[in-house]
Design a protein around this ligand. Structure first.
Ligand code: FAD
Length: 356
């Protein structure tokens, strides 16, 4: 142990998962070292960052809606205060009815699933014309918005660098040595290690056996002259107002070609769908692609390795990382520090039978 640099935690990955965990651990006074490799592209850097409590064709309430949405607004606002920066935008979200049939269907769903606390029906939402066709009305939720994930991660990285808690390099799993007291990596020793590698966990020798189901996604950045809409508008695809006449249009879903390359197919899909809902011209400025760390059962994977004590995973944030992360950061830290159980639907223990 002589000459080793000692830490309480090593964290591998500084996307949304690793960065939020790292920030909480620093605030708890822990001595941590985060590995982040900027040449390994991350889902977080291209995320739309949207939070929306009621999603999908059938108006499904987000899983754990009350727990997640009871926490996340205060959580991100707290981070804005901590970093004296603005990166969380509670814009609200409007979903115009596309036709009479879908209107009737959605009104029935609101009733059936008791979504009145989250959705308000607007019969005459004139604010959205002339940009959108809203003559059938639509549904509005105020509990929606978007997190500028890259802006927040940049602030957390600055703090990590200031505290000498960040190494800009790839973590090489083969160089990790395990013994009863902890984890040794070259001249570093840590008592605990947390892997937050997003999609790359599929190549992690300790956790590759987990049932990941990564999903590629693309979005485009566009310019609309004199765009005055303040809310996100969603009808199949979403259109997010970024300010200064810029909008982001997203997103696509593909379970093939799991890479970070923007494609013509992705762009065509987004542009064609945006033209169906947006009544005025827009100019594409940029396109982005990433791979979401989704899982087969569409739940996060949080907890301790079945065989290696003090080795943890925080992954599987999938399509809703911004909504899920605050709650599950707390769940993992409560598990580590006060042995509190992790939600069984997210706990890695549900997959232990797959480990051999
Ligand atoms: C197009 C698109 C749109 C999206 N829109 C939304 C949205 O609107 N709302 C929402 O909530 N979510 C959205 N998401 C999903 C969101 O991006 C993810 O849920 C979340 O960002 C995942 O964070 P993560 O930290 O788990 O993974 P990542 O962001 O992928 O981070 C993993 C990090 O680990 C690093 N890493 C991995 N292995 C190593 C290693 N060996 N050494 C060093 N570093 C390593 C990588 O470089 C990376 O930085 C979207 C995703 C995409 C692709």
């Amino acid at each position: 142990m002589e000459g080793l640099k000692k830490y309480d935690f090593i964290i591998v990955g500084n996307g949304l998962a690793g960065s939020l965990l790292a920030n909480e651990l620093l605030n708890k006074g822990q001595n941590i070292l985060v590995f982040g490799d900027p040449t390994m592209k991350s889902s977080s850097m291209v995320a739309g960052g949207m939070v929306n409590p009621v999603t999908g064709k059938y108006l499904a309430k987000t899983w754990l809606i009350d727990e997640l949405f009871g926490l996340l607004f205060d959580y991100y606002r707290g981070l804005e205060r901590e970093f004296k920066a603005s990166f969380f935008h509670q814009t609200g979200l409007f979903r115009p009815f596309a036709n009479q049939e879908s209107k009737v269907n959605f009104l029935n769903q609101i009733e059936k699933h008791q979504l009145q606390d989250y959705l308000e029906v607007q019969d005459n939402p004139t604010d959205y014309s002339p940009y959108f066709s809203v003559n059938l009305g639509g549904m509005y939720t105020q509990k929606a918005g978007w997190l500028d994930v890259p802006a927040m991660l940049a602030k957390i990285k600055e703090k990590l660098l200031e505290k000498e808690s960040f190494v800009e390099s790839k973590f090489v799993h083969e160089d990790l040595m395990l013994d009863n007291s902890g984890f040794r990596y070259n001249d570093i020793f840590a008592e605990k290690i947390i892997f937050c590698e997003g999609f790359y966990a599929t190549q992690n020798p300790y956790f590759h056996w987990l049932p990941f189901n990564p999903v590629k996604g693309e979005s485009v950045l566009a310019k609309v002259n004199n765009y005055k809409i303040k809310s996100i508008v969603n009808q199949g695809k979403w259109i997010m107002p970024l300010g200064n006449d810029k909008i982001r249009i997203g997103a696509t879903y593909s379970w093939h070609e799991l890479d970070f390359e923007a494609t013509e197919r992705g762009r065509d899909e987004l542009v064609t769908n945006a033209r169906k809902i947006l009544n005025i011209e827009f100019e594409i400025l940029a396109q982005q692609a990433g791979v979401r760390p989704s899982t087969k059962d569409r739940r996060p994977i949080v907890g301790e390795h079945p065989h290696h004590k003090n080795m943890f995973v925080f992954n599987g944030l999938g399509t809703k990382g911004v909504s899920l992360a605050p709650y599950f950061v707390k769940q993992l830290l409560d598990f580590i520090f006060i042995q509190k159980d992790i939600n069984p639907e997210a706990n890695i223990e549900r997959h232990y039978a797959l480990y051999s």
